[in-house]
Ligand binder design. Structure first.
Ligand code: SAH
Ligand code: SF4
Length: 456
């Protein structure tokens, strides 16, 4: 979501004459977009600010100016503290106020110092933050929902992103059409709790995520739809049916479970048990047998016993994940769990994290190995690092490299770059650490058919 938000911030500043640049050295304005989810993420901000402070001083010594802004959830959660600790920061702006960033930059240019906007304004920010000139490429993000009302006891999101909000369906569809017209073939619908989506539909009816996905699947040019991040409690029958009925909805679902222990899940306020999660996955797999799963886990939550952790390993073995993230619990200021006495020694937490990561890695490797030799539709996104190399992704987001000099197609330009933005059947020949090397199969026939499908 921060990637999407950063693009919207850049869009909103272009009327002031700003253009994006990759390095801070030549920039007039540097915005650091931050994450507050774990302590380590928040700490990165201060080391980055230390470097930028020197750059700002050099610029001033040379008679120039560099404006520094901090955006994102650290800005939201620690705005005042941040300005006290880093008084050389010019602008602090929280995620709900990005539509007012241009105004803040103008005020800063006019000489105002230490500007802070971390309110939750009532005016809907999305209205003035639609994507403009920025082509996001073949794969694009689209925020459909923001904020969260779940209040898991470890999580800062309900405090930093605020209450749950769903954008009107018509706005989302218009934005999706716009992104498709800029070349997007794959759309990832974003929300902190994306399947809690309940936006107003074009005729005033309440639309859930499934209804929205069905509608987006009809947008010309869009061939792949994904959504993230969803909560097990909000997976409804319609969403399960969408996984069965909508071919554009990719068979890869990130569905965080956090723990396999019922007492930990209850202490986390996750609103489901481990068996309910198992049953839910069963129903999803019945609907879409080739569905692969990804998840998030937290180890070392306060009070987690060895038996609780064993229950997590059991759940992982039962489900079998294609990929997953595991984090060591990080107490976050202001969350209910942060006050709980944490009886788990640090070394024990590290050992549990390592054991869980090992198991997840094993499962990921065997999932990938099982795909060797298979022919899968790959959406090609961009040139690779080597000459004649293209990179694309499978329906399961596995990166695939192909060597275009080996292609025998009359349809492509000499470099094969015409393939970018297209889906072509590709054989997965070799597995590297995180990606595959593949060969295009029946290039012309298959591609023409896919192109016809996409343009239809
Ligand atoms: N809305 C999503 C998660 C958003 S946060 C959900 O409900 O699952 C992304 C992930 O960060 C979470 O799934 C969780 O695994 C991790 N996380 C959040 N707070 C954390 C904390 N205090 N310590 C460690 N990991 C945390
Ligand atoms: Fe945080 Fe997700 Fe829980 Fe919401 S549902 S509080 S975003 S972990």
């Amino acid at each position: 979501m921060n990637v999407y938000d950063s693009a919207r911030m850049a869009d909103s500043l272009s009327p002031l004459g700003f253009e994006e640049t990759l390095a801070p050295e030549g920039a007039d304005l540097v915005i650091i977009n931050t994450c507050h989810i774990r302590e380590r993420a928040a700490e990165k901000l201060y080391s980055e600010l230390g470097r930028l402070r020197l750059l700002k001083q050099e610029r001033q010594a040379a008679g120039g100016k560099l404006t520094l802004a901090v955006a994102g959830c650290v800005a939201q959660a620690e705005g005042a503290e941040l300005l006290a600790r880093a008084p050389f920061v010019d602008i602090v702006v929280g995620p709900q106020s990005y539509h007012r960033l241009a105004e803040l930059v103008t005020r800063s240019d006019d000489g105002a110092r230490g500007l802070m906007d971390t309110e939750f304004p009532v005016e809907p920010k999305f209205d003035s933050l639609a994507p403009q000139r920025h082509a996001e490429g073949v794969t694009a993000f689209l925020t459909v929902q923001e904020g969260c009302d779940k209040f898991c006891t470890f999580c800062v999101v309900p405090y930093t992103r605020g209450a749950e909000y769903s954008r009107p369906a018509a706005d989302i569809i218009a934005e999706a059409r716009h992104l498709a017209s800029l070349g997007a073939v794959e759309l990832t619908l974003l929300g902190q709790n994306v399947n809690a989506y309940h936006g107003v539909g074009p005729e005033g009816a309440d639309w859930g995520l499934a209804r929205l996905i069905e509608e987006l699947a009809d947008v010309p040019g869009l061939a792949r739809i994904r959504y993230t991040t969803s909560h097990p409690h909000d997976v409804d029958d319609a969403l399960i049916a969408a996984h069965r009925d909508v071919p554009e909805l990719m068979p890869f679902l990130h569905l965080p479970v956090q723990s396999g222990s019922d007492s930990i899940l209850a202490a986390m306020n996750r609103k489901h048990t481990a068996d309910e999660y198992r049953r839910l996955i069963g129903r999803l797999r019945d609907a879409r047998p080739d569905l692969a799963l990804s998840s998030d886990f937290i180890v070392g939550f306060p009070g987690e016993t060895a038996a609780d952790f064993e229950a997590t390993l059991r759940l992982v073995r039962d489900i079998g994940f294609a990929q997953a993230f595991a984090f060591k619990y990080s107490p976050r200021p202001g969350t209910p769990a942060a006050d709980r006495d944490d009886g788990v020694p640090e070394a024990e937490k590290d050992a549990r994290l390592a054991a869980l990561l090992d198991l997840l890695r094993e499962q990921q490797d065997s999932f990938n190995d099982a795909m060797l030799g298979q022919i899968v539709p790959v959406l090609f996104e961009k040139p690779g690092r080597h000459p004649n190399q293209l990179v694309g992704r499978t329906p399961y987001l596995q990166p695939v490299h192909i060597d275009t000099s080996l292609m025998r197609t009359g349809l492509l330009d000499k470099t094969g770059m015409d393939l970018i933005g297209r889906i072509a059947e590709t054989r997965l020949d070799e597995r590297n650490a995180y990606s595959f090397s593949g060969t295009l199969i029946n290039g012309v026939e298959q591609m023409t058919e896919t192109m016809m499908r996409i343009s239809a």
